[in-house]
Ligand binder design. Structure first.
Ligand SMILES: [Ca+2]
Ligand SMILES: [Ca+2]
Length: 237
């Protein structure tokens, strides 16, 4: 792989799968020489002191820098899985809807409205995205046990839709009186579907002491999975 990417000065990203390894790389002199625009998946930038195959691995950030980027399992809207979102994806999506032939289709990427299903509504969402560069605002709903949420695990109960704040964080407040030992379970779902929902199982709110409580459920869709949900609970009396 000597000089494999030498002077590819416009090359920004090199995608590889999890399977990639540089362990058996023998000849890699100047592999990345002159790749001034290259950036690894964790932000490692080109360094002329590291142009051979030592950096030919998935970027691990400052502690384990590399020039490569792990290929995502899917990219929203990239129906044909070529890492680009274009009008070609619309035609792949329509072909799939007409033929039900999944070959060449990344079904997760094709679910443009994130409702867990590939249907004609994904076509209009994808066309909108291509025209204006934005995906529609998702609807986040808390679904759970009726002791707090009034309905039992109902994906479509509008009363449990969360409200987005100016800070981009979604919130909902619920209140009720509960005897000690009450168990309240919930999940937060996207666009009335479990396809994108947190946490993976469900979250428990356990009432340790009989009383009336005000419970704020706070959701940050951009936080890492284990930090998306916060609960702020106050005993009123
Ligand atoms: Ca594509
Ligand atoms: Ca869909």
């Amino acid at each position: 792989m000597t000089r494999m990417f030498t002077d590819c000065e416009h090359l920004k990203t090199i995608y590889v799968s999890d399977e990639w390894s540089n362990a058996s790389l023998q000849y890699s002199g100047r592999m990345f020489a002159g790749c001034n625009s290259l950036v690894g998946g964790q932000g490692t930038t080109y360094d002329e002191g590291h142009v051979d195959g030592v950096y030919a691995h998935i970027d691990g950030g400052p502690s384990n820098p590399g020039y490569l980027t792990k290929r995502p399992a899917f990219t929203r809207g990239d129906v044909n899985d070529d890492l680009d979102i274009t009008i070609v994806d619309v035609s792949y999506l329509i072909d799939y809807l007409l033929s039900s032939n999944v070959s060449g289709i990344n079904m997760s990427g094709a679910d443009c409205d994130l409702d867990g299903d590939v249907s004609v509504s994904d076509v209009s969402v994808l066309i909108d995205y291509l025209l204006n560069g934005n995906w529609p605002e998702p609807v986040y709903t808390v679904v759970g046990t009726a002791n707090l949420f009034e309905s039992e695990w109902d994906l479509n109960d509008e009363r449990n839709n969360m409200t987005k704040g100016a800070d981009g964080i979604y919130r909902i407040n619920k209140a009720g009186w509960f005897p000690e030992g009450t168990e309240i379970y919930f999940k937060i779902v996207t666009n009335h579907s479990y396809a994108y929902s947190w946490p993976a199982e469900s979250r428990l709110i356990y009432i340790y002491e009989t009383g009336a409580f005000s419970i704020d459920i706070i959701f940050d869709p951009n936080a890492p999975d284990n930090q998306k949900i916060n609960i702020d609970m106050n005993k009123i009396f």
